[in-house]
Design a protein around this ligand. Structure first.
Ligand code: FAD
Length: 486
């Protein structure tokens, strides 16, 4: 079959590889000049920055693309398991190392926070159980096919669904799991891994602790953008054709069947069309979508304000991933989702890839990716918000690391919800499609296909099963399984 793919985000690239491996002719149309969408990189001075994702879990979903393509395993794409998941710094002056080794992490929590060790063991067991119960239903199959819901494994899981406490919030569940408020805040933070609010998102999302703490976090040996480079090379090897600088302006539908795409005035016929474009963009710009109103009503996930700083000093107290927590987490999320602004004492994430990839910064220097959660753009005064937030960030870093960071920043670039939207066409620059701020979110997320339009499929972070690299890779697998081999 002749298949068109709209967009070369990770979901699009992975689908292209899988479909080409099944013998299809695949043509990708990408509006940007290079592949990757939200996963991108920039160079400034002697520094290299991954501009989007920094945390990498379930790397086997990338390996699977090589296996599906009949390529040797282990693949050329190499990654390392992290020993330190993250370093946490609190306003109270305490700090904590989240070791990947669970015994070491437990010892750390007992010594520094006085936590009961059995609470930690129980928590990770619970997270593993949530994964066992939900992975088949919510991650690796379409939720929108009766046949999938009738599978024995899924039925078995459905009978255990009460154990996943979907009726509680993440925070509610974490509060009843730990004594230490600092540990509650640490695990509440996992809601931000899909752009949500832990005070609203269902406790089912505490499954994220299983991915990070039980299965482990990883880092590609050549940085995050190398994930895209490797999948892109694999796609080329399997014969996928790429058209960059090509904005798809409509999905052409005849007699309730998708029959082609239009690219800047020219139409191209295809047997199947797969869209990796944000579903809001699709519904508003590319087709007469039957669920347009429903899509519009859904709350976008959070976006981000990111400062990429070339820093001409080394900070041994930092690791690859670092968090400087806010003092009032509830208020921070209230500001983010209700007041649609950035807290004056925001949680700051500092990612320093040069800790692992030495060539990412000049000698004795570091490449800082400094991010705070931001509301998806709804016409905030971004110039003012960026100016005040930058100052708040600098003050907080200076206090926490006892430094004067402004003296060491020699290069700077900024990404905001506006630039993220411009680059990737995601609504308001949302990082993860829609938020999971309700217990129904998983069911309201757009399906991977439409019953009313044949031969049209949807992948990527704005559709089932959701945002983030692993889920986008899972969506590619679901869609590729829907299209029979050539
Ligand atoms: P996208 O990346 O959204 O790309 C879509 C592509 O389609 C774009 O290239 C766009 O140009 C193209 N396109 C859209 N419409 C058209 C059209 N009409 N015609 C042609 N081309 C079109 N995830 C993690 O797992 N871990 C993290 O640590 C993490 N951190 C993040 C930090 C930031 C700052 C950002 C921005 C994202 C982060 N994410 C993280 C989220 C993750 O990057 C995304 O969920 C994922 O990359 C989205 O992939 P996608 O397949 O949905 O496509």
């Amino acid at each position: 079959m002749n298949i068109a793919l709209i967009g070369s985000g990770i979901g699009g690239l992975a689908t292209a590889c899988r479909l080409a491996s099944k013998g299809h002719e695949v043509t990708v149309f990408e509006k940007n000049a290079s592949p990757g969408g939200k996963i991108d990189e920039i160079y400034m001075g002697g520094y290299r920055f991954d501009t989007g994702p920094s945390l990498f879990t379930l790397p086997e979903l990338v390996d699977e693309l090589y296996i599906a393509a009949g390529e040797p395993v282990p693949p050329t794409f190499a990654y390392k398991k992290l020993e330190v998941l993250c370093k946490y710094f609190y306003n109270s002056g305490e700090n904590l190392i989240a070791w990947s080794d669970q015994q070491k992490f437990t010892d750390e929590c007992v010594q520094k926070l006085g936590e009961d060790p059995s609470n930690i063991t129980k928590y990770f067991k619970k997270a593993s159980l949530i994964y066992k119960i939900t992975a088949d239903i919510f991650l690796f199959n379409s939720l929108h096919k009766v046949k999938n819901l009738l599978k024995f494994s899924v039925l078995k899981s459905l009978f255990q669904v009460h154990k996943i406490r979907f009726y509680k919030t993440m925070h509610g569940d974490n509060k009843s799991s730990f004594k230490s408020p600092l540990l509650i805040q640490l695990f509440d933070r996992y809601a931000t891994y899909n752009g949500s609010n832990p005070y609203k998102a269902p406790a089912t999302l505490n499954v994220i602790a299983h991915l990070e703490n039980n299965l482990g976090a990883y880092f590609p040996e050549q940085g995050m953008y190398s994930i895209v480079q490797h999948i892109y090379e694999l796609a080329l090897k399997k014969g996928v054709r790429f058209n960059f600088n090509s904005l798809v302006t409509s999905i052409d539908i005849k007699n309730k069947k998708a029959v082609g795409v239009s690219v800047e005035g020219k139409t191209f016929a295809f047997d199947r069309i797969v869209s990796d474009s944000d579903i809001n963009y699709v519904a508003n710009n590319l087709m007469d979508h039957p669920r347009k109103k429903q899509i519009k009503r859904l709350e976008p996930s959070s976006s981000a304000l990111v400062f990429y700083w070339g820093v001409n000093k080394e900070f041994p107290e930092l690791d690859l991933h670092n968090i400087l927590f806010s003092g009032d987490y509830k208020e921070e999320f209230n500001n983010l989702f209700q007041k649609k602004t950035i807290d004056t004492d925001p949680t700051i994430y500092i990612f320093v890839s040069s800790k692992m990839v030495k060539s990412d910064a000049p000698k004795n220097c570091e490449n800082w990716f400094v991010m705070v959660n931001a509301p998806a753009n709804s016409k905030e005064n971004w110039n003012e918000l960026i100016r005040t937030t930058k100052q708040n960030i600098i003050n907080k870093i200076n206090k926490c690391l006892k430094t004067n960071i402004e003296d060491y920043i020699e290069h700077e670039k900024i990404a905001s919800p506006i630039t993220i939207e411009q680059n990737t066409l995601s609504k308001g620059g949302a990082l993860y499609g829609n938020s999971s701020n309700s217990m129904f979110s998983a069911f309201l997320r757009h399906p991977n296909f439409l019953k009313s339009v044949k031969n049209l499929y949807f992948v990527g972070g704005s559709v089932h099963p959701g945002g983030g690299i692993p889920l986008c890779l899972a969506s590619a697998k679901i869609v590729a399984n829907e299209i029979p081999a050539s």
